[in-house]
Design a protein around this ligand. Sequence first.
Ligand code: CLF
Ligand code: SF4
Length: 476
Amino acid sequence: MSPTTSTTLAPESKTKAKKSSKGCGCSSTTPQQVDPKIQERIEKHPCYSEDAHHHYARMHVAVAPACNIQCNYCNRKYDCANESRPGVVSELLTPEEAAHKALVIAGKIPQMTVLGIAGPGDPLANPKQTFRTFELVADKAPDIKLCLSTNGLMLPNHVQQIKDLNVDHVTITINMVDPEVGTKIYPWVRYNRKRWKGVDAAKLLHERQMEGLQALQENDILCKVNSVMIPGINDEHLVEVDEVIRSKGAFLHNIMPLISAPEHGTYFGLTGQRGPTPKELKALQDNCSGNMKMMRHCRQCRADAVGLLGEDRSQEFTKEKFLEMTPEYDLEKRQEVHAGINKIKDAMKAAKAERAAKKKPRGEKILVAVATKGGGVVNQHFGHAKEFQIFEVDGVETKFVGHRKVDHYCQGGYGEDAMLDNIINAIKDCKAVLASKIGDCPQGMLREAGVEPVQGYDTIDKIALEYYEQQFAVSR
Ligand code: CLF
Ligand code: SF4
């Protein structure tokens, strides 16, 4: 299913509501919290705007193989773990191949608005390939936003180039502001043809990251900071990191969980370092954010990711396939699609505001899990979901707070009991699961586990709030 299909649904007007229908996602980065000029710069960026991530897609091109540091959560056989799930290998492209791929996808997925370079190594350890790719894409497809993600070591050297090429979004992965903490995360850093180790390496990395962050701010380039939460190493320290990066002008903080397993072959994986639980992660995010400018919708996507953040269409565009495709980039057609999406978003926002105005907060907050293919709509069968989006509902609004990846239940037309157990385990802290259809067998097992199955086809906001009202009989 393509994002086109999911986003062309005009949610509330084309309602096919079956039983209890209700409503859609809001954001950790809500429009009203952001300066209108900045809002305009992020409204089509699925990572910088939670709202946008329901509607707009990104793509990555894997043009940057080398790296200049070693993170203890990374195995260099795989993609950079600062922006990817560990254990993933992307196909390396030349800048020319990457630009061709971008133009192909811009035609096939017009809601793809951002081209990111995030690996498989560090983009700024491969500046020639990275900037040549940006040049080629900017020349042929001026409406595509350019984005890069770096460990920050070489950032101060490239801010002018970034500015000149109109790269408006830069992510730095900052896991510490105290070099002593850094020594537990980074065994070495390569800089000026020398390998730095221990506290000197961490200190150097920290200073370069701060210098880069400041230069981005001075040049009015939006900066997101990614931090990997590593329990027992930097989990408590990330509160300080959050304060420091915000005071230095970072726009958004994305705290991601360490994903660590022995089969990834990383230092942390092999030494038994665990990642945080969803509850621990949420508690830290809540603690840092006061609910402002905290990214909670990151999917730790691969260096050749394509599509909405929650979907992976990279296999439709392998090198073998996309090199055979002719680019059909059409600016006018893309603008029409974007105008259609914006209309839908406006209608959803208005419906949401109207509902909120009629309701009183009740105090109780509940979590609901949602099966969705995007567009802010409950539009996916329970058995087909590979992830559930998690929303906190308080009777007035629904707030996106995270996602849980699962193996989908329906395999070749049959449900797998083991998978159902895993799914229930992943969402058992939710009061309900919202999906367009849920089979009789999973319905029974969900109820037994205390998760109410709710079927409907409408905006997430509407269905979630109706369910909440049924639960608590909120007075209007
Ligand atoms: Fe890619 Fe990163 Fe740009 Fe987004 S991803 S380079 S800012 S376009 Fe986004 Fe993916 Fe999370 Fe990165 S969901 S891993 S935060
Ligand atoms: Fe790996 Fe990225 Fe760290 Fe380099 S910066 S070691 S590629 S996780």
